[in-house]
Design a protein around this ligand. Structure first.
Ligand SMILES: Nc1ncnc2c1ncn2[C@@H]1O[C@H](COP(=O)(O)OP(=O)(O)O)[C@@H](O)[C@H]1O
Ligand SMILES: [Mg+2]
Length: 233
């Protein structure tokens, strides 16, 4: 499970997240919603160890992540699908997967790739293709596969569906559901709130780096004015 307490994040010397708290249990999907610039990606990068957490505590299954490098964070069981589905364009899909699997013992790399290809079989036919030749949706599938390689305890997806075609979004939604059903704690950042709230058990609305609402996903679906208020503010 993921436990975040009083997380503060600064970007370029400016405080952008001010005391963020969150718990995501194993098997649960929590949606993190909020307008552009609210601080969602800053939280994701701080969890990943990619930008400094100026204060606060993050635990994955009880392991404290303070001061850990991004690789050490991944080894502790937290995997990120970063915003923007970027791959190494000149490397094949297979090599992109191998690169992401480098934290595994060498003997486990190809079995782990075979396992994620069972989850995303549409990537099988793309393995030899350079990353840059893939569509946005295919790239996002590779990024999802990369995140799943090490069987993460916590999966954080930053903008699951942004810019992608509906068919591929449905597939990615299935994969997120399956990861949670297999026991991962999932934090889902998603612009398309209908999708987010159909997948999530709970939701949290962030505005200017602060939680302005949190509760059940169903309750938020029934009170759309909360989201409208937040997005217009
Ligand atoms: N690399 C950066 N340097 C400085 N400020 C940044 C950087 N990235 C984002 N910010 C600022 O941090 C705030 C939160 O941004 P971000 O976390 O990307 O929000 P969201 O993902 O919710 O759209 C914004 O005010 C944004 O301008
Ligand atoms: Mg963002």
């Amino acid at each position: 499970m993921l436990e975040v307490r009083q997380l503060h994040v600064s970007r370029g010397g400016k405080a952008v997240v001010h005391g963020f708290d969150l718990d995501v249990a194993a098997g649960e999907i929590v949606a993190l919603l909020g307008p552009n610039g609210a601080g969602k990606s800053s939280i994701v990068l701080a969890l990943a160890g990619a930008v400094a957490r100026s204060q606060g505590r993050v635990r994955v299954h009880g392991t404290a992540l303070e001061g850990l490098s991004p690789d050490a964070v991944r080894r502790a069981g937290l995997a990120i699908v970063p915003e923007g589905h970027h791959l190494l364009g000149s490397l094949s899909v297979h090599d992109n997967l191998r690169a992401a699997a480098m934290l595994l013992p060498a003997a486990e790399v190809e079995p782990a790739i075979a396992r994620v290809l069972k989850i995303l079989p549409e990537l099988e036919a793309k393995l030899a293709q350079p990353g840059r030749t893939l569509s946005g949706g295919q790239k996002q599938m590779v990024c999802m596969a990369q995140a799943l390689l090490a069987r993460p305890k916590v999966l954080v997806v930053d903008e699951l569906s942004l810019g992608l075609a509906p068919l591929v979004v449905r597939r990615l939604a299935e994969v997120v559901r399956r990861a949670a059903a297999d026991g991962a704690a999932v934090l889902l950042i998603e612009q398309f709130t209908t999708l987010a709230l159909s997948l999530a058990n709970r939701a949290c609305v962030l505005q200017r780096g602060r939680t302005v609402w949190s509760g059940g996903a169903l309750a938020l679906r029934e009170q759309p004015e909360i989201l409208h208020g937040s997005y217009l503010a």
